[in-house]
Write a protein that binds this ligand. Structure first.
Ligand code: SME
Length: 160
């Protein structure tokens, strides 16, 4: 297993994803432990894409519980339908929030977080995990993030 990721600098966001995502997929393929894979995905995205916060929430009974993440400490439990993550859990649909301050019920784990993208990870037609990526810049996420993060989450889904 590689010990270091090659991280492309001074290139477009898409070029970074194109270089990074296959490396992450190689890193998690062949490892069957979910927590280990979630931890490495969070670290690889945080440092590879220079995001402010990257992490997973795990569906546990009637709430989301904080899983492996990289970045400042975060809220540990989120109820269904609450905030961006709870909404994505309820609807099973990805959300891009350009300005978290105007998202109704947004849960501010850090006042430095300005925009976010949240994706569901499915198992047998139910949401099993939530990937949450936060930026300290407004309007930092678009379809490029959506395409590449969804591709990575599809790989993860096949391992669940
Ligand atoms: N902002 C999220 C909560 C998680 S933290 O950003 C890490 C939300 O509204 O669901």
């Amino acid at each position: 297993m590689a010990e270091k990721l090659f991280i492309a600098k001074e290139v477009s966001k898409e070029a970074k994803y194109k270089s990074l995502i296959p490396q992450i997929e190689a890193l998690i393929t062949g490892e069957t432990d979910l927590i280990a894979n979630l931890a490495n995905i969070a670290a690889a995205l945080k440092f590879g894409m220079d995001f402010f916060w990257v992490g997973f929430y795990v569906v546990r009974k009637d709430e989301l519980v904080l899983g492996p993440f990289q970045g400042p400490i975060a809220c540990t439990r989120i109820q269904k339908g609450r905030g961006v993550c709870g909404t994505v859990w309820e609807t099973a649909k990805e959300l891009i929030v350009p300005n978290v301050d105007v998202f109704p019920g947004h849960i501010a784990c850090s006042s430095d977080s300005k925009s976010e993208i949240v994706l569901p990870v499915m198992k047998n037609d139910d949401v099993a995990l939530i990937l949450d990526v936060d930026s300290d810049q407004l309007d930092d996420f678009d379809q490029v993030d959506s395409i590449y993060l969804k591709k990575l989450m599809n790989t993860l889904e096949q391992m669940l």
